[in-house]
Design a binder for this molecule. Structure first.
Ligand code: ADP
Ligand code: MG
Length: 269
């Protein structure tokens, strides 16, 4: 088993209040599996992902449960141990590539970042690996893009740069948190194809997070439906999509944005 999350609970706290962003979340994933988490905005999807990546400061929240990744508990790791895993065996991509990319740094250097942290490869080898990852992420003309800055690229291309950076060390698990939500439907479909392709070629397991069950169904074999920090339904993606057991899941399907709405933008969390 690649990942085994048991009873993850995330409680944010400040001086006078406590709030369970995630109440009880369990999930196991095999090597190479593509699993979706779907749920309305605020249901705890991102916080689940952030907890697995060690991105929630302990000063802000109590986190309990277990998250065994390749046999070690992500929730019990020290910062140093987490750094060893992050970007190398376990990577994450987010919805907004512009906020994750450094606007003043060339694309190539950003894709190579994890190689600098985790390997002692020489500059030439780093570049070769970066170009390889960029090609895998579906970026045309990687050589040319290597010396470009983020603002010279479209939103879809920037997301592909993030995918390349996340994959440069060939992690075993990629967490993708609404990676296509900000993009036009056509670009969205192309990026989903790329993720499918990466999964097929590299065997990278993907935990794909979206508020859109239709998008999740297109990519994932299995889906977990979240609501208010709890799992309300799970099963094979087609079964959940075509024969949902829960009224909440039915509403998620009915609420799928149309093409027109998606083009018009609008935030989904
Ligand atoms: N730093 C924080 N402090 C308190 N509550 C938070 C914090 N971050 C997120 N939350 C709350 O946790 C819940 C789950 O958020 P999130 O995981 O981002 O939802 P989703 O990704 O499913 O839209 C939301 O109600 C959100 O307001
Ligand atoms: Mg979110």
């Amino acid at each position: 088993m690649l990942l085994n999350v048991e009873h993850l609970k995330i409680t944010f706290h400040d001086r006078d209040s406590r709030f369970d962003a995630v109440e009880d979340f369990s999930l196991s994933m095999e090597e190479g599996e593509v699993v979706g988490i779907v749920g309305e905005s605020g249901s705890g999807k991102s916080m689940t992902a952030h907890a697995l990546m060690g991105l929630i400061p302990r000063s802000q929240a109590d986190i309990s449960g277990k998250a065994l990744f390749q046999g070690s508990d992500l929730l019990a790791m020290s910062r140093a141990q987490l750094r060893q895993v992050q970007g190398k065996d376990l990577s994450i991509i987010f919805q907004e590539p512009m906020t994750s990319l450094n606007p003043t740094m060339k694309i190539g250097r950003q894709v190579e970042d994890a190689l600098r942290v985790h390997t002692r490869l020489a500059a030439g080898e780093r570049k070769a690996r970066a170009l390889e990852a960029m090609a895998l992420a579906g970026l045309p003309e990687p050589e040319e893009l290597y010396s470009c800055y983020p603002h010279e690229l479209s939103g879809g291309m920037r997301q592909r740069v993030m995918i390349a950076a996340a994959l440069v060390l060939r992690p075993r698990l990629l967490i993708a948190d609404e990676p296509t939500t900000a993009l036009d439907v056509t670009i969205q479909a192309q990026i989903l194809d790329t993720l499918k392709d990466i999964n097929g070629r590299e065997g990278t397991a993907i935990l794909f997070i979206s508020h859109d069950l239709g998008v999740v169904r297109a990519l994932c074999s299995r889906v977990v439906v979240m609501r208010r920090g709890l799992i309300v339904e799970e099963g094979p993606a087609d079964q959940v999509f075509y024969h949902p057991r829960e009224e909440y899941t039915r509403q998620l399907i009915a609420a799928r944005p149309t093409r027109k709405k998606l083009r018009g933008g609008g935030g989904h969390g």
